[in-house]
Ligand binder design. Structure first.
Ligand code: NAP
Length: 385
């Protein structure tokens, strides 16, 4: 039987994940087709993508005559991201937006029973409990895109979740893994944007350097795989070849390995439950790599990891407040207004001041987000909070 290509809605198509997803889709035209594209401010790139991909639906946060002309030219229609998340024509919704932008589209898609390939980790950090609830309500499905969670997901295929003893999330350690505190005080945004192994958007690259990204991933893992924080550990692994591991109740440990190329986990999430031909890239050559290194993270030099794991453990609105504070602090760091070590300082200050609410609804999560942003802005300029 000839199968029609899977139809993908790509939210965040102008970003690092989105562009790589379009690359995966372009490489396998018999298997995938993009039917909807959503971007934020980069309307020039989005207009070019619309002209090339010819989607049915388009969203952009910003307006531009060039984009409007491209949309009209291909006969597409502007819709909101919430509408895009539930269009009949999409078989899978890829949420590759950054920050809180993907939150309501993810909830809507899951409630409508759409499989969601999720890269937008802040969504799970802010409101993982609501995402899980939406998935159960709609009988929907979450497919991880983050390479570590894709690895864990693949290790769990054919396994029972209650047999998980530990999840071992690997971390490259970011751009400054070998820096001491005196060096960390002086690092610039330009240095921090230069990640040793992964080419990603600016926010996640800075989060990787502070290890906040890894901290968020521990919370992401809790919600994706239904485990408490006590079962999640972080292991440093500088080569980014072992993408993560799962230890089972009998002591057996499974790992997933691969070259560090985000197109592989993106394709895995879009193709599930099938395996499809790999994107054109060098294959894993362990003989050439020779040695793989592992170690423990240093929480004194990288306190953001401990802050995030603690927020995940405490639950309620703590993770949402933490994610919001981090977003503000990273923005300020990128603008050259605060130093690298001020990022965890701002987050810690916000968490100290935060009054958490248990089992928050969406409105409460968004209120916690807004309040934490306000406190973070004050903390970033050294004002009393
Ligand atoms: N990059 C990676 O390798 C990687 C790996 C694992 C997980 N992730 C996660 O995946 C997510 C995306 O990361 P990224 O590196 O691809 O980020 P990115 O390059 O900054 O891209 C973010 C995308 O979201 C869009 N966007 C932002 N705000 C929006 C809004 N309000 N409405 C509509 N679109 C909006 C951006 O549009 P414009 O650019 O047009 O403004 C862009 O398309 C993050 O949560 C990140 O943590 C990324």
């Amino acid at each position: 039987m000839v199968q029609r290509p899977r139809r993908i809605a790509v939210l965040g198509s102008t970003g690092s994940i989105g562009c790589q997803a379009l690359d995966v889709i372009r490489q396998l035209p018999d298997r995938f087709v993009a039917v909807a594209l959503a971007g934020g401010q980069n309307t020039r790139l989005l207009a070019a993508q619309v002209a090339q991909v010819r989607p049915k639906y388009v969203f952009a946060e910003a307006e531009s005559p060039e984009l409007a002309a491209a949309v009209e030219h291909v006969g597409a229609r502007f819709v909101s991201m919430d509408e895009m998340a539930v269009v009949e024509e999409a078989d899978v919704v890829l949420v590759g937006t950054a920050g809180r932008a993907g939150l309501t589209p993810t909830l809507k898609a899951l409630r409508a029973g759409r499989p969601v390939a999720i890269a937008n980790k802040e969504v799970l950090v802010m409101a993982g409990h609501l995402v899980r609830r939406a998935m159960l309500e709609g009988d929907g499905e979450l497919r991880p895109v983050d390479s570590e969670h894709s690895a864990i997901w693949q290790c769990l295929w054919g396994e029972e979740a209650h047999e998980i003893r530990r999840i071992l999330l690997t971390a490259s350690g970011g751009a400054f893994r070998d820096f001491d505190r005196s060096q960390l005080v002086r690092v610039t945004a330009e240095q921090a944007l230069n990640h040793p192994t992964w080419k990603m958007g600016a926010k996640i690259t800075i989060d990787s350097a502070t290890l906040m990204n890894k901290g968020m991933e521990t919370i992401e893992a809790m919600w994706l795989f239904g485990v408490p924080m006590e079962k999640v550990e972080v292991v440093l692994h500088r080569e980014s070849i072992v993408h993560s591991l799962v230890e089972f109740s009998d002591g057996s440990v499974k790992a997933q390995l691969g070259v560090p190329d985000m197109r592989l986990p993106i394709q895995c999430a879009l193709a599930y439950p099938d395996r499809m031909p790999a994107p054109p890239a060098p294959a894993l050559d362990l003989g050439a790599i020779g040695t793989l290194h592992f170690g423990r993270p240093d929480l004194d030099r990288f306190p953001a990891l401990a802050l995030a794991m603690e927020a995940g453990r405490r639950g309620g609105t703590f993770p949402a407040a933490m994610a919001a504070a981090d977003e503000v602090a990273v923005e300020r760091f990128l603008a050259g207004e605060i130093g690298f070590l001020d990022i965890p300082r701002v987050i810690e200050r916000v968490l100290e001041r935060h009054d958490s609410v248990d089992d928050p609804d969406l409105e409460t999560v968004l209120a916690a987000d807004a309040a934490a942003r306000q406190t973070a802005r004050l903390a970033a300029v050294g004002a009393p909070v």
